[in-house]
Design a protein around this ligand. Structure first.
Ligand code: CA
Length: 233
C-alpha cells in the first residue's frame, strides 16, 4: 500500500466531513486535526504527505501553523481560506504554503489541487536522486548550468532576466509563487515598484515559451497573487 496521507486541519465540522468523504472515496488516507496546536503535533508525529490547512482556526492562526511546520518540514501545504482577501493567501504563500483553495470550493477543485500537489511531490522525490542540472517538463528543457532553455528541441532565445525568471519558476514547479517572492529572487529588495516589470517579463517569456500565449500551458496566472509553473506528466 502506498496511499498518499492527507492531514485535514479544519475546525468547521461540515467542511471537514466533506473533505474527509472526498478523500475516502478517492482512495486517499487521512488524518484530521481541529485546531492549530493539534495540527502541529500530528504533523510531527505522523509526517503526512500533504496538509490541507484552514487559516481560521480557534486557537492559533493558520499562518503560525505554517511557520511552525516549516521549521522542520517541507510537506506541501494547501491553505483553505474563508476570507476572500488576497492578502491572507499571499501571506500564507510567502510563509511557505504551496497552494490555496478559497471557500466555498467544489470537490473537483479540491481533487485538482491534490493532483497538482502529488505531481509536485513525485517530482521533488525524483529530483533527490537525480543530481544532474537539467530540468525537463513536457516539451520544455532547461539546462541550468549551460544557461540554455529548449522547447521541443529548439533553443529558446531568452534575455538574461527571462532565463532567470524561467529558472525561478522551474525550481519551484507546481507551487504558487507570489509576485513578491519572484521579484525578490529577480531583483532583491525594493520589489514594490517592480510588479509591473515582472508582468512585462512574464508576457515576453510566455511569447517565447507558450505555443498559445493566450491560453498558456506552462505558466499559470493567479490574479492578484502570482504565477505557477504547471507540471506535466
Ligand atoms: Ca475555520
Amino acid at each position: 500500500m502506498n496511499k498518499t496521507v492527507v492531514m485535514v486541519v479544519e475546525d468547521d465540522l461540515p467542511i471537514r466531513n466533506l473533505i474527509v468523504t472526498t478523500l475516502k472515496t478517492h482512495d486517499y488516507n487521512f488524518l484530521t486535526a481541529n485546531s492549530g496546536k493539534n495540527a502541529v503535533m500530528q504533523a510531527s508525529s505522523y509526517n503526512p504527505d500533504i496538509i490541507l490547512l484552514d487559516l481560521g482556526l480557534p486557537d492559533i492562526d493558520g499562518i503560525d501553523v505554517i511557520k511552525q511546520i516549516r521549521t522542520w518540514s517541507n510537506t506541501p501545504i494547501i491553505v483553505i481560506s474563508a476570507r476572500s482577501e488576497d492578502s491572507d493567501k499571499i501571506e500564507a504563500l510567502d510563509c511557505g504554503a504551496d497552494d490555496y483553495l478559497t471557500k466555498p470550493f467544489s470537490v473537483e477543485e479540491l481533487l485538482a489541487r491534490l493532483r497538482v500537489t502529488q505531481r509536485r511531490l513525485s517530482f521533488m522525490q525524483s529530483q533527490i536522486s537525480a543530481s544532474d542540472s537539467v530540468f525537463v517538463n513536457g516539451k520544455l528543457k532547461v539546462d541550468y548550468a549551460a544557461g540554455c532553455a529548449y522547447l521541443d528541441g529548439g533553443e529558446l532565445h531568452l534575455t538574461p532576466t527571462e532565463f532567470k525568471l524561467l529558472c525561478i519558476m522551474c525550481q519551484n514547479i507546481g507551487k504558487v509563487l507570489t509576485h513578491k517572492f519572484i521579484a525578490d529572487k529577480l531583483w532583491g529588495n525594493s520589489w514594490e515598484n517592480n510588479i509591473g516589470s515582472l508582468r512585462v517579463f512574464v508576457t515576453t517569456l510566455r511569447k517565447k515559451l507558450e505555443s498559445l500565449p493566450d491560453s498558456p500551458q506552462y505558466i499559470q496566472t493567479h490574479i492578484g497573487v502570482g504565477y505557477r509553473m504547471m507540471k506535466f506528466e
